[in-house]
Write a protein that binds this ligand. Structure first.
Ligand code: NAD
Length: 210
């Protein structure tokens, strides 16, 4: 089915639907009504219907949702079955945490390289990979054609590293380096700030106190 242009706000709900459906499958729950799904997700049933309608529905009258199918379809929409090759640049504290805890394989990504410009770190192990010298990144990208780069370098380095990677053919950047990178034609960027979530928590706590 041809997809309509999906608003960002809808797309941003998909990972949460996907995670929730994943949990249901682990509990061997294969069917869920829209009201139950809405109750569990804290989203109205009509919101869920509207969201899913962007992708062709998925529900069946009187049956609710087929969890396996929905999980599979949302995973496909999120591009989780493409085995996208991914690299990390910056093998410091955050680079290590991301390499060790992101569970790339389970989410359908292949972590194929980790790079740093600190010669003392080159050659060390991180997850099941060996840290490579950032000097060799052009050859690596040309040989392996990764799509995604995760940036965990200091903020002073992020712009030049991003420009270099984009010029070498990287199409997607997951940027943790606190400096926002601007969108560019044919390149997608997600700037991540863990502290945004902490500030949201503080905001909710304030509202609770009022
Ligand atoms: N987005 C978030 O929520 C979040 C959370 C924690 C840290 N950060 C940021 O992530 C970045 C990394 O933090 P960290 O604690 O891991 O720092 P770190 O100093 O431990 O690691 C940074 C690594 O990048 C390497 N590096 C520096 N310049 C480079 C370059 N030009 N090319 C390749 N490698 C280079 C360094 O050698 C180092 O190993 C910082 O910018 C930090 O502010 C963001």
């Amino acid at each position: 089915m041809k997809e309509r242009k999906v608003p960002d706000v809808v797309a941003r709900r998909l990972p949460r639907y996907y995670r929730y459906l994943d949990d249901l499958l682990k509990k061997q729950i294969y069917r869920i009504s829209s009201s139950e799904l809405s109750r569990k997700m804290g989203v109205t049933a009509s919101q869920i219907r509207q969201d899913f309608n962007f992708f062709g529905g998925f529900g069946q009258q009187g049956y609710g949702y087929n969890v396996e199918m929905l999980h599979k379809e949302i995973g496909a929409i999120l591009g989780l079955y493409s085995g996208r090759k991914t690299i990390i640049v910056g093998a410091g504290y955050l680079g290590h945490a991301l390499a060790n805890h992101t569970n790339f394989k389970k989410r359908g990504f292949m972590l194929v390289g980790v790079f740093d410009n600190d010669k003392a770190k080159v050659g060390r192990k991180i997850s099941d990979l060996t840290i490579s010298d950032y000097d060799g990144i052009a050859d690596f990208i040309s040989e392996n054609q990764p799509d995604i780069a995760i940036l965990a370098v200091p903020r002073t380095a992020v712009k030049s590293v991003a420009e270099n990677l984009i010029s070498l053919g990287i199409k997607a950047i997951w940027n943790f380096s606190y400096t926002e990178l601007d969108e560019q034609e044919n390149v997608v960027i997600e700037n991540v700030h863990l502290s945004d979530s902490l500030m949201m928590l503080s905001y909710k706590l304030n509202a609770l106190d009022d």
